[in-house]
Design a protein around this ligand. Structure first.
Ligand code: IMP
Length: 213
């Protein structure tokens, strides 16, 4: 059984709505999030850690809200910002901006311990913190007896929108203040959100690849 690695039950509901009930099992595991400017190295690193914990196939879901006029902030720090500022203050910051465009991004990282044509190493070598965390390619020191990091396949999804006053009571996280095509994500059901969302798009790419596996 594929384990969907997240501490967030909302993400699992959406994954199940997309992939089918009973196809994934939630692994409530809080992997260490490295500091990086992109989601890919965080998700890849998390997938390797979660695979070692689960000892079976895992899919890590790392997502974030990227506000255009703030150069993508909070991006990979979205969870920390939701916990500290909260979505009302994020909305207040956005209200002070002329340009309220934003996007959600999601990276799914799959690891099952086997080899496959993995995505290129997602570490941004310009990002010294992430590169140091990933370690040299031939000496990852993870104790799995391999001479390199475990292969990880990445699937990315993106959805544009804008920050608005909160509407709707569905979804989770920033959903009430994120509007796409006239509706906030909190006003859409899981199915409609999946049809357009960052997670839905990443899940679509994953499902297509996984079906052949
Ligand atoms: P993480 O991927 O669990 O680290 O989530 C990052 C942050 O983005 C958390 O604050 C989540 O609540 C939020 N987030 C992730 N995906 C979504 C989504 O689909 N809608 C609303 N907020 C989300």
């Amino acid at each position: 059984m594929l384990r969907y690695v997240t501490t967030n039950p909302g993400k699992v509901r959406e994954a199940e709505a997309y992939l089918g009930e009973g196809t994934v099992n939630r692994l409530d595991f809080d992997y260490a999030e490295i500091q990086a400017t992109k989601l890919a190295p965080i998700a890849a690193r998390g997938a390797r850690e979660a695979y070692r914990k689960a000892d079976g196939p895992v899919l890590v879901d790392d997502a974030g809200l990227f506000i255009e006029a703030l150069d993508g902030f909070p991006g990979p720090y979205s969870s920390y910002v939701e916990e500290t500022l909260g979505i009302d203050r994020v909305r207040a910051v956005a209200e002070s901006l002329e340009d309220r465009r934003a996007a959600f991004r999601c990276t799914l990282a799959y690891c099952d311990g086997d080899g496959f044509a993995a995505s290129p190493d997602p570490v941004d070598r310009g990002d010294r913190v992430a590169a140091a965390a990933a370690g040299p390619a031939d000496a990852d020191g993870d104790g799995d007896g391999r001479m390199g990091p475990l292969p990880v396949k990445l699937f990315e999804g993106y959805v544009p929108g804008r920050i608005v006053a909160p509407r709707g009571d569905g979804g989770f996280g920033y959903d009430p203040i994120f509007e796409h095509d006239g509706e906030t994500f909190a006003e859409m059901g899981a199915e409609r959100k999946n049809a357009v969302s960052h997670r839905g798009r990443a899940l679509e790419k994953f499902a297509e690849w996984y079906a052949d596996r």
